[in-house]
Ligand binder design. Structure first.
Ligand SMILES: *Cc1c(COP(=O)(O)O)cnc(C)c1O
Length: 368
């Protein structure tokens, strides 16, 4: 049996251990240290954002954004329905109510049209929107940002999956009031677990830093006026992050190449449609995602499992989750269709063209 091929396995650059060793030599294992600063700077330089805060994970970064924007009990917060639960859990942490907006067919991401319709017709104005750039592909972010501005709604970009993706050359995560990246084990880069909150607003990032370190007032003794969290990233993990950032462009190129291999290999299979790429954007193709017109994805997952290859259905929309049974939503069936017909295939940057060909042959055999 071949070695298992994962959806998106960690892929080290080779410098991680060297930097971790430096951390150990200095004994700045934790809490902070120079690698936390270096990691934040590398994200700032790469995404061209003014401020970055390294935290324990992407979910914590979203939580801090909501807290800084003073989203609280009874507030409505808009969100992409077609996303991973990590996008929206923090809405619940803050006692606010999620309102889910469906995707459009051009991007599979949040529909600017439905967003505008909701905001024009709603009785209660939502405080913020959390928009996801799913599978590393850009949402119609310029339109979405314009609509949010027009209606006075804060914009948080969940770019957890989309580090390196750009629209008109500008990085996802830098269009909104806040952007969030994740370095979880399966993302395009990983620190084993980690996240980054970015914003051009210096005061907001300072406030997020304050909340992320137990909200200690600036006195020698421990003085507290507000409650906070223990959300800062450790220097050890930041050292991994610095080494990972050295290869971000290589990883984006490889993910895009893997997608091209799939597309080429499956071009004669007419029932397959790939996740589209918005015009003038460059997605990072974190996971190659596709839909099957006539075949149930379970059959394909099972066939791929037999050759020891991982694949997964597309995210189940949030408005379909029992957890959010009572939540408001504006949907038109797009995300439900995608969930019914869609599949993510293995897209690890360690994969070769032969791996992709083997996977495609198995898919084709299953369809026939
Ligand atoms: C991974 C992910 C998150 C959460 O990030 P963590 O670092 O795992 O907390 C949030 N949103 C999306 C879309 C994700 O894929």
């Amino acid at each position: 049996m071949n070695k298992r091929i994962f959806l998106s396995a960690p892929h080290m650059s080779g410098n991680e251990l060297k930097y971790i060793e430096k951390v150990f030599e200095s004994n700045y294992i934790a809490p902070l240290g120079e690698y936390v600063n270096k990691f934040e700077e590398s994200i700032q330089n790469y995404t061209k954002t003014k401020n970055a805060l390294a935290v324990v994970n992407g979910t914590a970064a979203i939580h801090l954004a909501l807290r800084v924007l003073d989203v609280g009990s009874g507030d409505d917060v808009l969100a992409s329905t077609f996303t991973f639960i990590g996008s929206v859990n923090a809405i619940i942490y803050q006692g606010a109510n999620p309102v889910f907006i469906d995707s459009d067919k051009e991007t599979w991401n949040l529909s600017p049209k439905l967003l505008n319709k909701y905001l024009c017709e709603c009785e209660k104005k939502p405080k913020a929107l959390i928009v996801t750039h799913l599978y590393g592909m850009c949402a119609g972010i310029e339109k979405i940002a314009d609509i949010c501005k027009l209606h006075g709604v804060y914009l948080i970009e969940d770019a957890a999956e989309s580090l390196g993706a750009t629209y008109h050359g500008k990085h996802t995560g830098t269009f909104g009031d806040f952007g969030v990246y994740s370095f979880n084990g399966n993302k395009i880069l990983t620190t084993s677990g980690g996240g980054m909150l970015v914003s051009d607003n210096h005061e907001w990032i300072e406030k997020a830093k304050f909340y992320s370190t137990q909200a200690k007032e600036p006195y020698l003794h421990y003085e507290h006026l507000e409650y906070g969290y223990n959300y800062r990233m450790s220097n050890v993990l930041a050292a991994i992050g610095v080494a990972q950032m050295e290869v971000i462009e290589e990883r984006v190129q490889k993910k895009r190449k893997i997608f091209e291999w799939y597309k080429e290999c499956l071009r004669d299979v007419h029932e397959i449609e790939f996740m589209p790429e918005l015009e003038n954007s460059r997605g990072n193709r974190w996971l190659t995602a596709m839909t099957f017109q006539n075949t149930k994805y379970e059959k394909i997952i099972k066939a791929l499992e037999e050759i020891n290859v991982e694949s997964r259905p597309l995210w189940k929309p949030m408005h379909m989750q029992a957890l959010f049974g009572g939540a408001k939503a504006l949907t038109d069936g797009t995300s439900e269709m995608l969930f019914d017909k869609g599949l993510c295939v293995a897209s690890s940057t360690t994969m070769t063209k032969d791996d992709v060909v083997m996977i495609c042959n198995s898919i084709k055999k299953t369809l026939n």
